[in-house]
Design a protein around this ligand. Structure first.
Ligand code: CA2
Length: 144
């Protein structure tokens, strides 16, 4: 399985601030965990603080990937443009969050990604990503 794991704004800061919310794991730790968890997957791991860059990355994935794991960060709650980009590429997508967005502030409860995702995994810290890999792998295996 070829999978794009795409991370949005501020996730480059993981492990450096707010450890009480996001833990002390860095984004490169999460990348290493994903690679170790799914050694047979062809993983492209990216992070951007820019909505347009994320949209371009999603567009490019159409020709090169079997699925997407997306932590859109705060754009989850604001971006119709990311919703439209995901809808346009028609790739299976698993939405992930480190924190349980439904147990946090009300403005984090709504996701523009959820309606165009296979499902959402939130609240398991770095493990949200490996759970998402398992879910996507099962889906791709069952549908190809
Ligand atoms: O729980 C998640 O994975 C989030 O996508 C993380 C986003 C937040 O806006 C979403 O509501 C939920 C924030 C990522 C920012 O991460 C930071 C890490 C360290 C220091 C500051 C921010």
């Amino acid at each position: 399985m070829r999978v794009l794991i795409l991370n949005g704004p501020n996730l480059n800061l993981l492990g450096t601030r707010q450890p009480e919310v996001y833990g002390s794991t860095t984004l490169s730790d999460i990348e290493a965990m994903c690679r170790a968890h799914a050694p047979n997957a062809d993983i492209t791991f990216e992070q951007s603080n820019h909505e347009g860059v994320m949209i371009d990355t999603i567009h490019s994935a159409k020709a090169t990937q079997d699925g997407i794991i997306l932590n859109a960060g705060a754009y989850t709650h604001t971006s119709v443009a990311l919703h439209d980009a995901l809808a346009s590429v028609e790739l299976p997508c698993v939405e992930v969050h480190l924190s349980n967005i439904h147990a946090r502030e009300a403005f984090r409860h709504h996701s523009y990604i959820a309606p165009v995702a296979l499902g959402q995994i939130a609240g398991f810290g770095a493990q949200s990503y490996t759970l998402a890999l398992d879910a996507l792998q099962s889906h791709v295996k069952a549908t190809t």
